[in-house]
Design a protein around this ligand. Sequence first.
Ligand SMILES: CC(C)(COP(=O)(O)OP(=O)(O)OC[C@H]1O[C@@H](n2cnc3c(N)ncnc32)[C@H](O)[C@@H]1OP(=O)(O)O)[C@@H](O)C(=O)NCCC(=O)NCCS
Length: 189
Amino acid sequence: MNTSDVFRYLPLTPERWADFEQLFEPNGNCSGCWCTWWRLSTADFRNFSHEEKKNTTRTLVQSDKVPGLLAFVEGTPAGWVAIGPREEYPRLERSRVLARVDDKPVWCINCFFIDKHYRRQGLMAGLIHAAIEYAHSQGAQLIEAYPVDPHPGSDSGSLYHGVTSVFVAAGFVEAARRSEHHPVMRLQL
Ligand SMILES: CC(C)(COP(=O)(O)OP(=O)(O)OC[C@H]1O[C@@H](n2cnc3c(N)ncnc32)[C@H](O)[C@@H]1OP(=O)(O)O)[C@@H](O)C(=O)NCCC(=O)NCCS
């Protein structure tokens, strides 16, 4: 399928907050994460209720920060990709496996979530291309991702970082690998 014919990609801005809720709520809110995993300290992530995590992301969006893009099909939110400047994600900055490769300014694609009805239709690739375009429009010159290599029977939840082959197809190259199945991939724009 040519996903560009079906899906439309738009940044999560305050007027699209309801679409973000519509995507996440019927899907168990990703265990109440609301895309705060990389942004919160370990203690806050453990102690915050689901509502507090949701409020964390809502407050961010209301302050006109764009934490990612939504994919729509005929007006219905179908998928999500999180992207932003790497320094906005303290948990990433603390990670040994995903430590900075160098001190170049870099944006990162760090989470995907696709509604069950729209999985296995190539939407991850569409979201990656839209995220690259968006980051470029905001001045990014370098984009990073931390995908995994799936194996037969992989639980789709474990692939939230994205899948390596899809990033390779989008032009990303491996920049570091400190864990067997978890490379740091980069795209120079
Ligand atoms: C993982 C996920 C993003 C995949 O998105 P998708 O649009 O269905 O993926 P695509 O159809 O674009 O497939 C991309 C690649 O991943 C592979 N893939 C997708 N789901 C897979 C699965 N469950 N097991 C193994 N491989 C899988 C595809 O085969 C394809 O690989 P290829 O290009 O080498 O052939 C989607 O299943 C999802 O959102 N899962 C839930 C993630 C989640 O819980 N996120 C929130 C965390 S808080």
